[in-house]
Design a protein around this ligand. Sequence first.
Ligand code: ZN
Length: 291
Amino acid sequence: MKKLITKITIFLILSTSYALTYATSINVVAAENFYGELAKEIGGKKVNVTNILANPNVDPHLFTTSPKLNKTINNAQVIIYNGVGYDPWMTQLIKSSNLKTAQIINVGELTLINDGANPHIWYNPGTMEILAKKLATIFSKIDPASANLFKQNLKTFLDNQQVVNDTISAMKKKYKGTKVTATEPVYGYMAEALGLNMLGMDVQWKIMNDTEPSPKMFADYLELINNHKVKVIFYNSQTAENKSKQILTVAKKNKIPIVGVTETMPKNTTIKQWFLSSLKATDKALAKANQ
Ligand SMILES: [Zn+2]
């Protein structure tokens, strides 16, 4: 019995010291994993990040919350969510939580994007930069002793983003005005930054919202492909939606290059790598189409 009590005491001491160490890192909850990744890139070891949407094989527009998430939210010191109608369940989770002092960041509000606009705002090149600066400020207030680290990490991140921005500028020079379309408006902001002329928006929004485009609308859309009015098609590889598949079949038949993009960030990558890989795929497809 004595042995058991000793064991319990040791266990208690260990868990208390664990709790103390744990408390030194800032608890961040991100509704989407790319914002969580950004928090990690800025906060380094001083943050403990939990991502809610993290699986690039699940359609984020169809996500619903579970009771387990209430606990996750209650432990958060910093919460990041997209807003712009992308993750309305977050507002509910926050409302029903016991949060008192958490810093809550709605990225849409932070970047002045109104509800009703294209919600895939993380592909807007400036979004991550604005959020990165905001996170460095918030983390420094919570943990002033690590302010220098956050400042350095912010600089590294912004230098990395400069590489992305330079790639975008170079591509824009080559491809400005090129007509393209997409199965969904997931890459819309990036296409705009590249100066591409995005057609067939009406069908893209219907597919995103999981609603049927009218037959006329869809026929007009397919015309763009069958008549080779578009050079490239961006495909949301994260949905297994029927109309998207149909569009891909027609695109393949017409030998129009397809660029697959994801909404959720794949595992084991950085924001810079993720952005550069979709830009590289876009560059390759546009170059092929312009041959
Ligand atoms: Zn989407």
